[in-house]
Each structure stands twice: as C-alpha cells, then as structure tokens.
Design a protein around this ligand. Structure first.
Ligand code: C2O
Length: 483
C-alpha cells in the first residue's frame, strides 16, 4: 500500500480547500478519512479501452450525459458547454510553460462540473491515448451523440503520424531532463499569451500536432467545442504526471511559475476559483490518479514515492537554460510542404564533443526561431540533422531524425484578447529541440562534422483534403545549454 501518512493535516486542508465542497465534507471526518479519500481518489482511464470492453461503460455514459447537460445550459451559465469553450477562446495560455498548469486546472473543474450535472460522484475524466490508438476514439463518431463534432478534418480511420505521437518520439520527450525543454519555456514578456522561441517537447509535438491533425474546431481556440479536446488534454496531463511521479523529473521552481494565479475557471456551482500553478503538481497525488498511460516505460523507474516524492515535487528545481557557445544562421528561410529546406551551421566540433560528454544538466539545443506563424497550419515540420538526401518519406527511425514540431494558433482570437489589441499581423513564434540524443547517436556512428546541416521537412497531416502550406523563419541556432 502506498504510504499516505506524508500528507500533513495542514497541507491537506490547504489542498482540500481548493476542492471546495467535497473537500470540506471529508475534512470534517478528520485526517483518517482524508487519507482514505486520497487512497480512493478517482482513476482516469483510457476511453478506447473502456469502449472496446463495453460501449456503455459508465464513464462513457456519464461523459456523454454531462456534455449533453452542459449543452442544455444557457450560455450565460459559466458551466455551459459554450461558456467553457469561450474561456479557452478568450483566455487560453499556450507557447509557454504555463500551458500545463492552466489546462490541468481547466480539466479538474470540468470533471467536477460533469459530476455535479450528472450526479455521478465517482466520475473520472477519461483520456485519449493517441500513442496506442492514433485515431480519434470510437465514442466520438456516433453522429447522434453529444460527443460528435461534424467539422473535423479527419475520418474515423485517419491515424495521426508516429512523428507526433509514436513511441520513439514520446520516449524522447519523456527522457528530457529539463522542464523548459519538456514543457515549453517562460513567457518572454508580461504578456502570457505570447511565446517566441519557447515552445518545446510535449506542447510542440503531440499537443500541437493532435490539434492540427484533428482540425476543424480542434484546430482553433474554440477547440473545446469538440468533446475530444478534454480527452486530448487529459493525455497531456497524464504524460506530465508520468514525467513527474514515475520518472521523477522536477518542475521549475521559478516563482513566476509557482506563484502564478489561475483565475479563469469556475467550480461545479459556477463560483470562480483561484489556483496557484505550484499546487497543481500535487493533483495527481491527492485528487485523482491515472491508469498507466506511460509510453513504453511502465514500472521499474520509480525511485521516489510518498513523502519524498511530495517534497521533491513541492521543491521543484531551477530550470533556466544558460546558453554557452552557439552557432547560428540568420537569414530568411522558407520551407514548403513537399519541399525540404536545409541550412548549414559551421560548428566548433570540440565544444560540441565536450557537451556530448556532459551529464543530464548539459543539453544541446536547436532553436528554430523568428518563425512567422503560418496562415495555414495543416502540416507539421520534421527536423533531420546531416541527412542530405532527406525527403518527406524518410523514416523517423532514421538516426538523423531529431524531432517534430507543429503549430496551434487562432488569429480570430486575436480580437478577443489572446493577442495585444490592435495587432493584426500573425505573431512570430519559435521552437526549441533538444538534439543532444541525436548528436550522440551521430557521434557514435563516426566523427562530428564541422558543418551541421539542419533540414526542415514540412509534412501534411492525414486529411480528407489535400493540404499545402509554407513556413517562413529567420533564424536557426545550435547552442550548448546548461541548467
Ligand atoms: Cu489550450 Cu490544447 O489547447
């Protein structure tokens, strides 16, 4: 049995306080009962697995009924389906490290609204495991169901590419040791809705990639109109929890992250809530748990549990990347779907070689910077290093493959507050790719060349319609970074 005695009375009261009504109810019973409450916290499960066993599993039925009940509420009710989507449209945070806690809070209160509106107090929000099931799960395709969305760009059999949700790619993201490279970096200005050069790992690849793959509502900031949105984010949440709790990686301890107040949501009664980002790291220990969604890394990894794990997560760790030697090209670069764009960087191979010898706190980071947000985002970009003959067909199992990134943005929300008033141009964005593992592989296969060829390969999503697109950027940089 898991050791639960580490949750002190005071801490639990504080956390239970966030949970409002139910928290107060079990708190009244004393800490014996809070430990039980934690032990029996609801388990979030894989919705496709539930469906395969029984299409009328209570979790699926409750989610359907909850969505129907939310759709039946007037949009003036902040718990209504449309009001919940509008919160995202007007307030959502992306392209920086606050996206993770912001969406975690979103899901927690959505789950509580589902319980309240259906009376099913045991309900736990399920997730879409796109790694094991790369197509939109079956419960979302019944045209008479409240879970159906008619404007998706894919069909029931379309599968998202392994470049976005495949095991190799997700394992690479889960092996990341730095929070900023796992989760995206800090917002560069006081504007939380901006994020030049900060998008990475979990956000840049499976998160953005699944939004783009599904398309339709999911390709916009009104994505929560599609009920599969919450399943997608729950999988991102599960991967974050796995990275923390099973693989024992720490989140940032930067006070700008820990103390950030999330104030955009309401509880099951429609009352506004305030949650600090730092406390959300304890949710998967205290308030819910996941059926393992881990990607080829189940079991065996866990070193910290109970009291040590809680202390470790509360403490966090410095995550700021201190950039050392860097090599860059700075000129207009255009990459077009169906074409490959390659840039050459002249390297100091000795400096790179010594970074490759460095421990887990030394990374080699590729910045794809000053990227003009593309007006059409129905493609994603694969990155290859030193692969002169690369094409869109080159396998991602090729050792020269370094990662992928995708775009998620909505210019119509620019008027609604997600962008500074008055700005009309599409913003600049940028991506960080930790290429240390790829360079290590290439280094083992031979010597490091003094020129690094970085190839960007835009690849269309699997769609009903043919796609085209172009991405323009101004800078590619390779740097050694320590944290
Ligand atoms: Cu705020 Cu995946 O969206």
């Amino acid at each position: 049995m898991q050791d639960l005695s580490f949750f002190s009375r005071r801490d639990f009261l504080k956390d239970a306080g966030l949970l409002s009504l139910a928290g107060a109810a079990f708190w009244a019973g004393g800490c014996e009962s809070c430990q039980q409450q934690i032990q029996n916290r609801p388990t979030r499960k894989n919705i496709q697995t539930l469906w395969n066993a029984n299409p009328s599993d209570p979790v699926i039925t409750t989610y359907k009924n909850a969505v129907a009940a939310m759709k039946a509420l007037p949009s003036s009710d902040p718990r209504s389906w449309e009001a919940q989507a509008q919160v995202h449209f007007n307030k959502c945070i992306h392209r920086n490290w606050l996206w993770l806690p912001w969406h975690r809070v979103y899901l927690l209160y959505l789950e509580r609204i589902c319980r309240k509106l259906t009376g099913d107090q045991t309900f736990a929000l399920p997730y879409w495991n796109w790694n094991t099931h790369p197509a939109i799960p079956d419960p979302f395709w019944d045209t008479s169901s409240p879970l159906f969305d008619s404007n998706r760009a894919v069909t029931q059999t379309s599968q998202a590419s392994a470049s976005i949700i495949g095991t190799t790619v997700l394992q690479g993201i889960l092996s990341e040791t730095n929070f900023n490279l796992f989760a995206s970096g800090p917002p560069p200005t006081s504007d939380l809705h901006q994020g030049p050069d900060a998008t990475s790992g979990l956000e840049a690849t499976p998160h953005n990639g699944i939004h783009g793959f599904v398309g339709g509502d999911m390709g916009t900031f009104l994505s929560p109109r599609d009920a599969v949105f919450y399943m997608h984010h729950n999988m991102c949440d599960c991967m974050w929890a796995h990275w923390n709790n099973d693989l024992n990686n720490a989140n940032t301890n930067d006070p700008a992250w820990v103390n950030f107040s999330i104030t955009d949501f309401v509880d099951e009664n429609g009352s506004p809530v305030t949650v600090e980002a730092g406390i959300t790291v304890l949710y998967p220990l205290l308030t819910y748990q996941f059926e393992p969604c881990s990607i080829g890394m189940q079991g065996g990894q866990k070193k910290l549990t109970g009291k040590q794990l809680e202390a470790f997560l509360r403490a966090g760790t410095p995550s700021k990347l201190e950039f050392g030697p860097r090599w860059e090209v700075r000129h207009a670069i255009t990459a077009e779907v169906g074409k490959v764009s390659t840039s050459a960087l002249s390297l100091d191979t000795a400096a790179i070689a010594s970074a490759l010898q460095g421990g887990p706190h030394t990374r080699v980071v590729l910045t794809v910077g000053d990227v003009q947000m593309p007006p059409k985002r129905d493609f994603y970009v694969r990155v290859f290093l030193n692969k002169p003959d690369v094409t869109a067909e080159t396998s991602i199992d090729d050792p020269h493959f370094a990662g992928s990134f995708a775009f998620f943005f909505d210019e119509s929300a620019m008027k609604g507050g997600a962008m500074p008033a008055g700005s009309s141009a599409l913003p600049l964005t940028g991506f960080l790719v930790d290429v240390k593992p790829t360079l290590q592989k290439l280094n083992q296969a031979g010597s490091l060349p003094s020129q690094l060829h970085v190839s960007l390969v835009p690849v269309p999503y699997e769609r009903r319609e043919p796609v085209s697109g172009v991405v323009k950027l101004g800078r590619i940089e390779l740097a050694v970074a320590n944290f």
